[in-house]
Design a protein around this ligand. Sequence first.
Ligand code: LFR
Length: 471
Amino acid sequence: MSAGAVAAIDLGATSGRVMIGHVGDGLLQLEPIARFANDPVQAGDGLHIDILRMYGAALAGLRDAFRAEPRLASIGVDSWAVDYGLLRDGSLVGNPFHYRDPRSAHGVASVHARMPHAALYARNGLQFLPFTTLYQLAAEPAARLAFADTVLLIPDLIGFWLTGNARAERTNASTTGLLRAGAWDDGLAELLGLPQGILPSLIAPGEALGMLQPAVAAAVCGDAPVVAVGSHDTASAVVAVPMADPTRAAYISCGTWGLVGIELDAPVMTDAARTAAFTNEGGVDGRVRFLHNVTGLWLLSESVRAWEAHDGRPIDLPALLTQAAAVTGPTPLFDANDQTLSTPGDMPARIAVLLQHGGHPVPADRATMVRTIIESIAQAFADAVHTVARVTGRTLQVVHIVGGGSLNALLCQATADRAQLPVSAGPVEATALGNVLVQARTAGAVSGSLEALRDLVARTQRLTLFRPGPS
Ligand code: LFR
């Protein structure tokens, strides 16, 4: 089997990247090509994604990728979940919203008036999150929705612009709330008043979406097929979790969010799973990502943003984390999952309110506040790990932390201590690795099950072990 090179477009909450993945026997390497900001824009009617700016930057990155590697075998796109563009006759109907825009609250009320969450859970198996696509769609003005003929989630929208083909990739489609047992839930779509035919046909990771449109190929000075990957970033990240035995391992895909869960062969849609707020999202190769969304490093990044705005200059986060690690004495905790923390704004002030409500002192300095944030996230992680073990009856022996959070030693150690389980940290680029691995398998550069792909990750990527200390 010969080594191959593929390109990953990976759009994250704070930045997007284009990377080349070199994959083969014993080879798994990422070559960063381009990095660009993902800055949501507050404009008139709400908080929006700057989708055209990101698409333009992704195209420029692809051009650089073809310059570095003219024989790319394929291109794959992933991003965060739930957000979408509405189209009519191939053109966007308005600029896509950002899921942190509060408008979806109206959608929640209107959907639950027609079907309460427990009934929805029995169909789609999703944890209640107010920004799930179906609530966002229900918050759309009726006329705009009626005018649209297609809805495309963000990676599908990028794929459509690249190839001209409008499809819905399965893992990300599972985050819309409109998928039932692997097919679009037409009954629910009708109940919610979605125009008929607005949901595109599904495509599975590994299937070809199509070749670049001629104008795109000319713009990027290269040509290659676009291949569907786990286009939900978390689905791609889970592909690259180096679990030796998925029946005994939990994972935390930790970036802006901390997605804490396990991999299953079939969904668990019991009352216990629903009340524990566990979700059944679609994984690559038909696996199920049984997980809970914990508000992750968003709490830290949003605090840093507030402090930088206050000071009028950048904060040295690594230095602040070192100071936070040196803080001694008991740390007050707050509920990292509290809904009041999910929207943009003054995070330290909102955390202070939660601490005061809990009868705790408010940290007097930033280092102590950072320590409180990290320990509170770690506690929420540990709680979710114990809950998933309880709900599924599994005995877990290790927790894998992948993504940006795997570089945060304070968080990894605190999670190990609070969960009383060893934490294996890494790879940091799990999402991009999962993206390239699925493409490489389609291209024939690697073969086998997810286990074989994970074994390649374990053999090639840097992993750090954190042993649990006193809790
Ligand atoms: C992580 C993620 C989560 C999803 C949230 C919103 O980047 O994709 O899985 O719940 O973002 O889309």
